[in-house]
Design a protein around this ligand. Structure first.
Ligand SMILES: Nc1ncnc2c1ncn2[C@@H]1O[C@H](COP(=O)(O)OP(=O)(O)OP(=O)(O)O)[C@@H](O)[C@H]1O
Ligand SMILES: [Mg+2]
Length: 325
């Protein structure tokens, strides 16, 4: 999956001070440049966009249909993992009105401009991108808090994605909102790969099935008769003990029902909530099962063969049984 990756372009993002966004005013010389860029983008927007034009970057949508299944948690972990392994990555929050990714990434206090500002030419891409505090190769494009759910449009999203592509990003991760409305459709339209995030329960599986159908019919690839988006199943919040108690579907049940390739199984873990509250994606917690399972998933995305773990009920050792731990 990691073919066609370019890694050798200058980094325009570094032109703007990302670290001190709360306090630093953009100097007037660069203000003039930014204004010129905005003007240029406005002109581009009046031209008829060509959506058939492909990207060098791999565009990955993290999607689900059903809400609250772990898309944002997974987007944060996967983008961080790719960056930790040396790939220049950007993660975009498509959840207009309900942004959360900035919290999970711990950069909420550094948000000045957002994705919709860039689309509406109210700022440049460089002004809106936030450099991640943990990974030098990672940038975040936060969502807007506007109530206008239709603020995203195909032409604007295409322009931003092409600009990211030309800046040398290798991976563009799109954190989709729940549902099948504008934000979700925009998040998946340009994707090459879909991470279909699913919990082991019937309603989540049904919504994932619906979204797989939409990937096949409503994407850029479908529209132009290109090779379809490759969907992968990411099973999240998996609890082997609840599977054993028949309270949850098993991994094999979900794979059978959805008939797509499994890319990861992330165990249910209290460490995930702790990581979110601390604003540090769970993949940085190398001790936790969930963090390790996400790193396995990232390695599979990169094309490595990695055995699945955390699928069986952990056998308690003698002392833990003795003391009821
Ligand atoms: N593996 C896990 N173990 C325990 N809790 C988890 C796990 N994955 C996600 N969660 C929790 O589930 C909740 C929802 O996660 P998240 O916000 O990532 O879902 P989402 O699919 O992005 O939601 P939405 O559809 O609202 O955007 C959060 O409280 C998160 O901490
Ligand atoms: Mg989310």
């Amino acid at each position: 999956m990691a073919e066609n990756i370019k890694n050798n372009k200058a980094d325009p993002v570094d032109q703007v001070s990302q670290e001190n966004k709360e306090t630093v005013e953009v100097p007037s010389a660069s203000k003039a440049t930014e204004a010129a860029n905005v003007q240029e983008n406005k002109q581009k927007d009046t031209q008829q966009p060509d959506f058939s034009k492909g990207f060098n970057a791999k565009i990955i949508v993290v999607t689900s249909g059903k809400g609250g299944v772990g898309k944002t948690t997974s987007s944060a972990a996967i983008s961080s993992g790719l960056a930790m392994l040396g790939h220049k990555t950007v993660v975009i929050d498509f959840d207009v009105g309900l942004r959360n990714l900035d919290l999970v990434m711990g950069c909420e206090r550094r948000v000045v401009f957002d994705f919709v500002n860039v689309i509406k030419n109210e700022c440049t891409l460089n002004q809106a991108l936030i450099k991640d505090k943990n990974c030098p190769n990672l940038y975040i494009l936060p969502a807007s808090q506007t109530r206008d759910k239709d603020a995203l449009n195909k032409a604007g999203v295409a322009r931003v994605l092409h600009e990211l592509d030309e800046s040398g990003f290798e991976y563009i991760i799109c954190d989709s909102p729940a549902g099948i409305e504008t934000g979700a459709l925009m998040a998946l339209y340009f994707a090459d790969i879909a991470i279909v995030t699913t919990n082991p329960e019937v309603s989540s599986v049904r919504d994932s099935d619906r979204i797989i159908g939409i990937l096949d019919s409503k994407s850029r690839r479908a529209e132009f008769g290109l090779e379809p988006i490759k969907p992968y199943l990411l099973l999240t919040r998996y609890s082997p003990s609840r599977v054993q108690a028949q309270e949850m579907l098993s991994k094999d049940d979900v794979v059978d029902l959805l008939s797509i390739e499994l890319i990861g199984v992330i165990p249910e873990s209290q460490s995930v909530l702790k990581a979110s509250n601390a604003g540090k994606p769970i993949i940085h917690d190398k001790e936790s099962d969930a963090g390790q399972a996400y790193m396995d998933t990232v390695n599979r995305i990169l094309g490595h063969k990695v055995d699945f773990r955390f699928l069986e009920v952990e056998k308690k050792n003698f002392f833990r049984r003795l003391f009821g731990m």
